[in-house]
Design a protein around this ligand. Structure first.
Ligand SMILES: [Zn+2]
Length: 272
């Protein structure tokens, strides 16, 4: 079976350190927008290094919502895929709204666009190289491309993980992690930028694993689907080595919540 690259990309990582300033400015604007959505006074979104290493999202428990049965899809039927993905988004929104509530942070749902053809996003043209999906910090939107080979195979599991991963980037944005990285990487070497990128990407993988692990029993999947997903992971300098990706996906899976996903205090060997 031909596979597309499974790694999602934070759109910012494509522009590199030099292009992040305006995105950082827009990124911080979203934080306080929707305290009303949780019905309680939210704490301020953390900033600086503390946002990365001591984020309140790490102090939340396992996901409360553990049911997310996949809807059926029909081959080459885009509408059935969109219904499947909308349902998955509902699960992610429920799961993460509860975690944000526990963290005392405000929450609002992300925007999401499912596309089958190239599109112009707030972060430039997409599809971009090596990205199965992107979370664009500037337009606060998850852009998910449904590939031809995915459309032909309604049993594929890759899209599920791509969406959980991009949702992880939205969580990072909302929790102050992406904006903090933007600010901390404005004038850093390329090597330092790559190191930050890997901690972000591996954290998104961990967050996706945590969600998938929490709902796994409701999916009707078997070990093959999970092993297959891990087998096709490809590492690179922005996302980490394959071994790192597998480590953080499994760690999330076993942890069932964001508490185990603090890549920013992990030793360099775990985020290589
Ligand atoms: Zn990513």
């Amino acid at each position: 079976m031909i596979r597309v690259v499974t790694a999602g990309v934070v759109a910012l990582s494509l522009t590199g350190a030099a292009g992040t300033a305006s995105a950082a400015a827009s990124g911080t604007a979203a934080g306080a927008a929707s305290a009303a959505s949780t019905g309680t006074a939210a704490r301020p979104v953390p900033t600086g290094k503390a946002a990365l290493t001591r984020n309140p999202i790490y102090r939340t428990g396992e996901f409360d919502f553990t049911e997310c049965a996949e809807l059926g899809r029909r081959p080459d039927d885009v509408d059935s895929y969109k219904l499947y993905l909308d349902h998955l988004m509902d699960c992610l929104n429920q799961s993460w709204a509860e975690e944000f509530k526990q963290a005392g942070l405000s929450f609002a749902k992300p925007r999401v666009r499912f596309i089958t053809k190239p599109a112009k996003t707030g972060c430039g043209k997409y599809p971009a190289p090596y990205a199965a999906g992107i979370y664009c910090e500037r337009d606060k939107t998850m852009w998910i491309l449904i590939y031809k080979n995915q459309l032909a195979d309604p049993s594929e599991f890759e899209l599920f993980q791509v969406i959980a991963h991009e949702y992880g980037h939205f969580v990072q944005d909302r929790a102050g992690i992406l904006p903090a990285v933007d600010r901390l990487t404005r004038r850093v070497s390329r090597a330092t930028w790559y190191a930050y990128s890997r901690r972000l990407e591996l954290q998104a993988e961990c967050l996706s694993g945590a969600f998938i692990g929490s709902v796994w029993h409701s999916l009707g999947r078997d070990q093959f689907d999970w092993d297959d997903l891990l087998d096709y992971k490809i590492g690179d300098v922005l996302h980490g080595k394959r071994a790192s990706i597998v480590y953080w996906l499994k760690r999330g899976w076993n942890g069932n919540g964001p508490a185990v996903c603090n890549t920013f205090t992990a030793p360099a060997s775990k985020v290589a």
